[in-house]
Design a protein around this ligand. Structure first.
Ligand SMILES: [Zn+2]
Length: 302
């Protein structure tokens, strides 16, 4: 694939699900104990569930539409700002205002909080904790953008920045209502945006069949995981020197890992379960990119 020539561009391919081990998420119910919750006291687990409930309450509120960035709850802090981006000729599905994207964010944040032992991504919020989700209508048509192939990522980045989303302390997380190039999402080290592709079924990859979580309490869907996967890529992980490093800054072997490039779309994911490739709050050997130290992460006060 052409992207192999561009080492800093990491495509989340998440190819068509392999047929074995179709381990459905809901089947495990409440019995599943995420990695980060092991070793927690009962009180810590209760506190964690209360934070989750607070997240859930926020996403149910209908939001007014905003085409720009609202006044920040945390000005100047490194944070991830979510944008719903729609090509010129694609119907506007209103997922920025309906709560659908807020639900997606809450779903992958709840997963991350459990897997990491408390950390979440600092999402750009306004008005005391509401996710600040912007809307951007592009002047270019979906087919023209899809025809860009591997150049789609750089073009989307330029269009988003040119539209005024150019705060150097922010990473822009784009839910793009169009077709991606051979992938369900895209992210690269040091890029200004990461994106997932809400319509990539048309490219022969059924990302949308396992799409977005419909409740904050649901496990993430494929595209929810994809967004977080790309945010991890933006920090440069997985470093090629990591013990289980695979191609294009992914891990190899463990198909359930968040940073595996592909795998079964219905599979529940884990966050560097061995704590040796890209996530370890206690540190990783020199040179390995550690998402636990990302400036975009927030840890609860001890
Ligand atoms: Zn990837």
């Amino acid at each position: 694939m052409e992207v192999g020539k561009v080492p800093k561009l990491n495509l989340l391919i998440f190819a068509v699900g392999v047929g074995y081990a179709l381990w459905h998420l809901k089947a495990t119910g409440g019995k599943f104990f995420p990695n980060g919750m092991k070793g927690m006291t009962k009180e810590e687990r209760i506190a964690l569930r209360e934070r989750e409930a607070a997240t859930s309450r926020l996403v149910h509120a209908h939001q007014p539409r905003a085409t720009g960035d609202r006044p920040d709850d945390a000005p100047g802090e490194p944070q991830v700002h979510v944008i719903y981006v729609v090509p010129a000729d694609v119907p506007d599905r209103g997922v920025d205002t309906s709560g659908a994207l807020a639900t997606s964010i809450a779903s992958w944040q709840n997963w991350l909080r459990r897997e990491s032992g408390g950390a979440t991504v600092r999402i750009d919020t306004y008005g005391n904790g509401r996710p600040d989700i912007s809307f951007l209508r592009l002047s270019r048509k979906a087919r023209d953008l899809a025809a860009l192939g591997t150049q789609l990522y750089d073009t989307l980045e330029a269009l988003v920045v040119r539209a005024g989303f150019d705060d150097g302390s922010k990473l822009y997380a784009v839910y793009y209502d169009g077709v991606g190039h051979d992938a369900c999402g895209v992210g690269g080290e040091g890029k200004r945006i990461v994106a997932n592709f809400l319509q990539t079924k048309a490219a022969g990859i059924p990302c949308i069949d396992y799409g977005l979580a419909t409740s904050p309490d649901d496990p993430p869907g494929y595209l929810d995981y994809a967004m977080l996967h790309e945010i991890v890529h933006q920090t440069g992980a997985v470093a090629p020197a990591a013990p289980d490093a695979g191609p294009l800054n992914h891990v190899r072997g463990d198909t359930a890992d968040l940073m595996y490039g592909g795998g079964d779309p219905a599979q529940r994911r884990t966050l560097d379960a061995k704590r040796r490739n890209y996530f370890n709050p206690k540190g990783l050997p020199g040179g390995l990119r550690n998402f636990a130290e990302s400036p975009f992460l927030v840890w609860p006060a001890p």
